[in-house]
Design a protein around this ligand. Structure first.
Ligand code: BG6
Length: 505
């Protein structure tokens, strides 16, 4: 990859990235929540920033009856509410001219035949991106419907300059290792693996991508990034909101399948992986898989000892809103044991990190909203300050804040002026102060990468399967007769669990 000096004396790695080509984007599930909240606003942001070729077109497919103009009006409202870039009249006029709607049943071959006909119409680009913003049970059928209509890519060679056909798949990718494997098999029968883009939107977040830059573009951290200097790593994705209207999905998933299998495990991989030999997507994904393979398959008893789970009771959310008892949420089983909070201690049993606890915590209806990675370093030798201050000497911590207040903090000890006294201080880098405004949305970045065929920030089939291996073990332990019921915590609080004890093997 070629790079050049940037304006601020940095180095621009995007140089050499080709300009966007025209593409026909087909959004399945176009009337649904995900399309409205994320996919269409991200396409608008790309369009507004020049990241969408002017000849690109967007076809929404869903079962509901809509005229093109009613569809456009609905999307306009979503864009006005959700997009990063403000909606302007001339801009919207241009954008809406690219939008059309196809009403169809996703189980019917006629839907795909009609889609194929529209894609062949004059003015449509030869490149195609199929976005599956549908429920997971439809991933297989839609891919198969596309392939049967001649729109798949499994039987096509990748040739330089030839039009592409790509499939973007949302999470959850399976509900365990076996079903993920089966889903990959079904998708691979319709699309070549190089054309399948499994989304984990955390990888599109700027601060998550920055993990690799921080670790491998600096020489001061990497020598310390091992079991000799690191005492433990904590990865938190804490949310204040309850499950809202997602009970039907969430009650069958819980925090482990909804968050640990994907977002938290991805953060773990990027925090602890070895430097890849290059920035090539496969090189990076190979290193992530190696991290996952170094996490042992613990026994059920071991999983119970190294995990905690909890479920919220009625309470007042951090924003003052009333949150019902989890059991009273719509479409939740009134005797459900599904966890809305989970904590898990893992070890990456390789040469570099053996014995270093990695604690994952995630939950809903908590007292604070924070996604962050904390790398906690060991105390210095006891000869000087550590000997005198013992536990009162704070340890050095690098906090990588993913959201909110995106940035990096380094906690150090300093002398207090005028006194022989130690005080902890933070060196802080804030993204928003530095860049002066809103960061690009994760979906915008991921869509732009999918257009370019860059799969670095997408999940490879073996990554998904290895992550499921860990979550399958945890789920099996939690469904064993020995497993204690989830502890219950009032919404808007922090579950009173002995989570800290998890940091000790
Ligand atoms: C989704 C989960 O993948 O990520 C949600 O299904 C969760 O339950 C969301 O709320 C969190 O994403 P973000 O970007 O808001 O941190």
């Amino acid at each position: 990859m070629l790079a050049r000096a940037g304006l601020m004396g940095g180095c621009d790695l995007d140089t050499g990235r080709p300009d966007p080509e025209p593409v026909a984007i087909v959004v399945f599930g176009a009337s649904g929540d995900l399309a409205h909240r994320k996919v269409i606003p991200a396409l608008w942001d790309l369009f507004a920033g020049g990241g969408l070729h002017p000849e690109s077109r967007i076809i929404g497919v869903a079962r509901r009856a809509f005229s093109d103009s009613a569809f456009r009006q609905e999307l306009r409202d979503s864009v006005a509410k959700r997009a990063r870039t403000a909606l302007t009249e001339p801009g919207w006029k241009d954008f809406e001219a690219k939008l059309s709607y196809l009403q169809g049943d996703l189980d019917q071959a006629a839907t795909y035949a009609e889609l194929a006909r529209r894609l062949e119409a004059p003015g449509q680009a030869a490149n195609r991106l199929f976005y599956l913003a549908v429920s997971p049970d439809q991933f297989g059928p839609v891919a198969e419907g596309l392939a049967a209509a001649g729109l798949g890519s499994a039987d096509r060679e990748a040739r330089e300059g030839e039009a592409y056909r790509r499939l973007v798949v949302e999470k959850p990718f399976g509900r365990d290792r076996q079903s993920a494997r089966e889903l990959s098999r079904r998708l691979n029968a319709c699309f070549a693996e190089r054309d399948i883009f499994r989304i984990d939107h955390y990888l599109g977040k700027e601060t998550v991508q920055n993990l690799l830059y921080l670790r491998f573009a600096n020489s001061i951290f990497e020598p310390l990034w091992n079991r000799q200097y690191i005492e433990r790593v904590e990865i938190d994705v804490l949310e204040t909101g309850g499950i809202g209207s997602r009970g039907g999905y969430y009650d069958h998933a819980g925090a482990s399948r909804d968050m640990i299998q994907n977002h938290l495990i991805q953060l773990l991989c990027l925090s602890l992986m070895e430097p890849p030999p290059s920035l090539d997507p496969e090189a990076i994904r190979d290193e992530k898989v190696k991290v996952l393979k170094s996490i042992p398959s613990y026994s059920p008893g071991d999983f119970l000892a190294r995990s905690r789970r909890a479920q919220y009771l009625a309470g007042t959310g951090a924003g003052g809103e009333a949150i019902p008892d989890y059991h009273a949420e719509a479409k939740v089983d009134s005797a459900s044991r599904t966890e809305t909070f989970a904590a898990l201690r893992l070890e990456v049993d390789n040469w570099r990190f053996a014995g270093v606890p990695v604690i994952l915590r995630t939950g809903k209806a908590l007292d604070r909203q924070a996604s962050e990675i904390r790398v906690i370093f060991r105390r210095p030798p006891e000869t000087l300050f550590a000997g005198l201050c013992a536990d009162r000497l704070p340890t050095n911590v690098i906090v990588i804040r993913i959201q909110p207040e995106e940035g990096i903090w380094l906690d150090i000890n300093t002398k207090e002026p005028g006194r022989a006294s130690l005080a902890p201080k933070s060196l802080r880098f804030s993204y928003r102060e530095g860049e002066g405004g809103a960061l690009p949305e994760a979906y915008e970045r991921l869509l732009a990468d999918a257009f370019q065929g860059d799969s670095t920030l997408f999940i490879r089939a073996d990554e998904a399967e290895e992550a499921w291996r860990i979550v399958d073990g945890l789920e099996a332990a939690w469904s064993s007769p020995e497993a204690p019921a989830p502890v219950r915590y009032p919404a808007g609080s922090s579950p009173d669990l002995d989570v800290l004890r998890l940091d000790r093997p």
